[in-house]
Design a binder for this molecule. Structure first.
Ligand SMILES: Nc1ncnc2c1ncn2[C@@H]1O[C@H](COP(=O)(O)OP(=O)(O)O)[C@@H](O)[C@H]1O
Ligand SMILES: [Mg+2]
Length: 390
């Protein structure tokens, strides 16, 4: 039997695929070019730290990788030995050691896996750069994972390393990528202020921008005519709420899968509707993964609570009790109330939980927590899996 597929090349929809064209980000590309111009015009004479912020799916990873490709090409043309290394801090489990090891292995692939401290690795990295007269742009993607795990020290050391060698050429440029600038609050003031000097913020994509991004991706990944214009409209409308290109592309891919599995030659609105129910935007794994462990434990408490009860809302007290039980199970000391209130606020801003005030009872109004969109069992599973990964 001949199997027809709406896809021409599915890999173009893969989460790790970097598209050749970055749409609607010219202004940010130019800004990054300006800030880091010196790397190809006056290498060694100065250094910068750039901070790139923006929500999930606003193109932070795509933008920096795109920049890395163009700047190394430019450097090659000018005979400058410039390397671009892109490390994902979460995949390195928030460990500066693993991050530096990855950077060093770009220069020495056989570099040993043990026997050094992070400080020694940093010295080694600088030494390698000196020996080879090389320059390095190091992108720390999902920086929140590094800050959460190791606090201020890594960034402090990375920014200080140049100042410790005032007469040597400046070889290390940092690009830090994170979702919200507030995530820098825990850092020491001087590190924070050097990072905040050059911020490039990526706003959420608008519906027409998402449509352009999707249209471009469709031309790479789908057969001619397989995704009609109205389907593009449909997906961009759904994804416009979070302005999230990753969600839009994931929907597109899944909708294509539904078309294939039902033998359709076109991705119809029904395929998109099916795709939309299978991708809860609110329990996407990458969002959950970006939480700190206690935020996950708290949410797991909430999910467990709703697995046991038929009521629509839990009181804050019930949520706190459920969280305490989960903490015991995971051998963690529960966080205090102020922190828990902050989780509630953040989770409700993300639309994962919903909060409202109770009618005034004997003890006055209390906050009620609801889980309006996500089955508690699904949420529980995702959280448990993510906690296991940690
Ligand atoms: N401006 C853009 N043009 C084309 N594709 C984009 C653009 N921005 C994001 N994408 C695509 O959307 C997806 C999510 O982008 P990504 O860079 O991973 O977002 P972030 O790192 O901010 O979460 C990726 O597949 C990426 O290739
Ligand atoms: Mg990213």
């Amino acid at each position: 039997m001949h199997c027809y597929s709406v896809f021409r090349d599915e890999t173009k929809l893969d989460i790790n695929y970097t598209p050749p064209k970055l749409l609607h980000r010219q202004e940010q590309i130019n800004l990054l070019d300006q800030y880091l111009r010196y790397t190809t015009t006056a290498p060694g004479r100065m250094t910068q730290r750039i901070l790139i912020t923006g929500n999930i799916g606003t193109g932070k990873t795509a933008l920096t990788q795109h920049f890395g490709k163009t700047i190394t090409r430019k450097a090659q043309d000018r005979n400058i030995n410039l390397e671009y290394v892109h490390v994902n801090c979460r995949q390195c489990r928030g460990s500066l050691f693993l991050i530096l090891q990855q950077a060093i292995q770009r220069f020495i692939p056989t570099f040993p896996k043990r026997g050094y401290s992070a400080e020694e690795l940093l010295q080694t990295l600088m030494q390698i750069l000196d020996e080879r007269d090389a320059y390095l742009i190091l992108t720390l993607d999902e920086l929140e994972a590094l800050i959460r795990k190791e606090g201020s020290d890594p960034l402090y050391n990375l920014t200080r390393i140049q100042e410790d060698r005032p007469r040597a050429p400046k070889r290390l440029t940092l690009i830090c990528v994170l979702r919200q600038p507030e995530q820098l609050e825990g850092l020491d003031p001087s590190t924070r202020s050097t990072l905040q000097r050059n911020i490039i913020h990526l706003a959420e994509y608008t519906e027409p921008q998402l449509r352009d991004i999707l249209r471009d991706r469709v031309s790479l990944a789908f057969m001619e005519g397989a995704v009609p214009e109205q389907s593009l409209d449909h997906i961009s409308r759904l994804a416009a709420r979070g302005g999230d290109a990753r969600y839009a592309i994931e929907l597109l891919w899944r909708a294509g899968k539904y078309a294939d599995s039902t033998g359709l030659k076109q991705v119809t609105s029904e395929c998109i509707r099916k795709a939309a129910v299978s991708v809860y935007p609110t329990i996407r794994k990458d969002i959950i993964r970006s939480f700190g462990s206690h935020q996950k434990l708290f949410l797991l408490g909430v999910a467990r609570h709703f697995q046991r009860t038929t009521s629509t809302y839990a009181s804050m007290g019930e949520a706190v009790d459920a969280y305490a039980v989960v903490c015991e199970e995971y051998g963690e000391d529960p966080r205090g109330h102020t922190q828990l209130w902050k989780y509630v606020k953040d989770l409700s801003a993300l639309g994962i939980i919903e909060t409202r005030l109770s009618d005034a009872g004997r003890r006055g109004k209390t906050t009620l927590i609801g889980l309006p969109r996500i089955p508690s069992s699904d949420l529980g599973e995702v959280l448990e899996a993510s906690l296991r990964e940690d």
